[in-house]
Ligand binder design. Structure first.
Ligand code: AMP
Length: 452
């Protein structure tokens, strides 16, 4: 037997019906982000390796250990994107978006790649829904992005998420704090793990989010970043907090939250869900004041976030409106089946095939099924079909079809026009091309008043 293949370690196939749920989550994102004035950007799946080295930071785990880098046939070093902020900023600079009216608000949805140890909720190919606001106005932009994020999660039916908020200060605050933290930790070097000792030289702030209980105990006494904040940074953070309070967004100040990417300044945040175990962060983000300049642009205020879509879907509430929406994306089709044997002449289309195509042209999802009656019903159940239509010898002659509704068990017999009318009740019209067709009833939510 030939070798059978499996998806590479850390990757997975998303299969129906889950794919419909993912699509519904993405529709909700597009809707809410649109309300806040964000538009979609699609950047390449791979970029020059140096973009991430410079943009994400040489000392981060992402760049140091987790990148999928390769040399192409033209001897270029390329990397599958491990995150999208650097790419969005690259595009902003490359396309002269700095000269457009500011801020520029962009969102993206798509796969990211990191060579991490796979476990529940952690993959090597995972998906992010993210947004970046570029050319913004400090605390107000931070709050705007957070309000949008919370609105999106609310739209998905989340009720009990924790918004963790912190400030990592501006570069002045950080230089001061870095010195104080390093001298505190240097004096206690023997109590640090090998990893943390290494970070002491490269990225000491990252030691703050150590998971080791011994180090956590030690860090409880460490100097606090809050005490190193410049007056400007302190005021910035206070303004973000005040705005969230004003709009009723609950948050928790989490002084040790520093995030693993180098580009953040001032506000950083994470959203965690209790339902996820160890990998409990659904979303991370923050402001970045130096990144656009670092990538060749003018100094520009940026703030953004990335939501882990895999984790988001995993903890989606049972009563999320996205689940209902998903059933509309992938409605179980009508099953058209033969009652008994149908005469099919060689070279002619089967009557099943023809009816199925006629229904589809009217916007009614339909598939044909062959075989014995119990197999037909089994198939109909498996694909969540609402109705089975039978064509037999008699039906072919009389031009009438018998129909069975699966949930109610109701039966009926109709000519083709009657059948179409009946079936349309199960499938509200969604496509504009069918809306125009005279035979269809307008969808319940169509707007007729106040047309421009
Ligand atoms: P980050 O880009 O590291 O700030 O991550 C933002 C969000 O992406 C996290 O909160 C996770 O929800 C998600 N995420 C990051 N890495 C992974 C991964 N390896 N597998 C699944 N989700 C991830």
């Amino acid at each position: 037997m030939a070798k059978r293949f499996q998806a590479p370690k850390g990757t997975r196939d998303l299969l129906p019906p889950d794919t419909a749920l993912w699509a519904a989550v993405e529709v909700a994102a597009r809707r809410i982000f649109g309300i806040y004035g964000f538009r979609e950007i699609r950047t390449p799946i791979f970029e020059e390796t140096e973009l991430f080295a410079r943009g994400v930071g040489e000392s981060t785990d992402i760049v140091g250990k987790e990148m999928y880098s390769f040399v192409d046939k033209g001897q270029r070093s390329l990397t599958l994107r491990p995150e999208s902020t650097a790419s969005v900023v690259r595009a902003y600079v490359e396309h002269g978006m700095q000269r457009q009216p500011q801020p520029v608000k962009l969102f993206y949805i798509g796969p990211q790649f990191r060579y991490e140890r796979p476990q529940q909720g952690r993959y090597r190919q995972f998906h992010q829904i993210g947004a970046e606001l570029l050319g913004g106005r400090g605390a107000e932009s931070d709050a705007e992005v957070l309000l949008m994020l919370v609105a999106f999660l609310k739209e998905l039916g989340f009720k009990d998420l924790n918004v963790m908020l912190n400030t990592v200060g501006d570069s002045e605050s950080r230089t001061d704090y870095r010195e104080r933290l390093v001298s505190f930790l240097e004096a206690r070097r023997e109590r640090l793990s090998e990893e943390s000792v290494r970070r002491l030289a490269t990225n000491p702030l990252r030691i703050l989010d150590s998971k080791s209980p011994a180090e956590q105990e030690l860090l409880a006494e460490a100097p606090r970043l809050r005490d190193s904040l410049t007056a400007k940074s302190a005021a910035h953070f206070a303004a973000v907090c005040r705005t969230l309070e004003q709009f009723g967004v609950a948050y928790e100040v989490s002084p040790r939250l520093v995030r693993g990417l180098d580009y953040y300044t001032n506000t950083v945040f994470e959203i965690v869900s209790e339902g996820l175990g160890a990998q409990n962060a659904i979303c991370g983000g923050g402001a970045y004041e130096g990144l656009v300049e670092e990538l060749g642009g003018q100094p520009t205020y940026g703030v953004g976030f990335a939501i882990g879509e895999d984790r988001l879907v995993e903890v989606l509430p049972a009563d999320s409106p996205a689940r209902e929406q998903a059933s509309h994306f992938a409605p179980g089709p009508v099953v058209v089946a033969a009652a008994g044997r149908l005469p099919v002449k060689v070279g002619e289309l089967s009557p099943l095939f023809s009816l199925v195509e006629r229904l589809r042209r009217l916007g009614i999802p339909a598939v044909e099924a062959t075989g014995r009656q119990e197999n037909v019903f089994e198939r109909a159940n498996a694909i969540a079909s609402p109705v089975v239509v039978f064509i037999g010898q008699d039906e072919l002659q009389s031009g009438r079809y018998s129909m069975r509704a699966l949930e109610s068990g109701e039966r009926g017999e109709f000519d083709e026009a009657g059948l179409v009318r009946e079936l349309k009740k199960y499938f509200p019209v969604t496509s504009p091309s069918q809306r125009g067709a005279g035979t269809t009833t307008p969808p319940a939510d169509s707007v007729t008043e106040g047309e421009e």
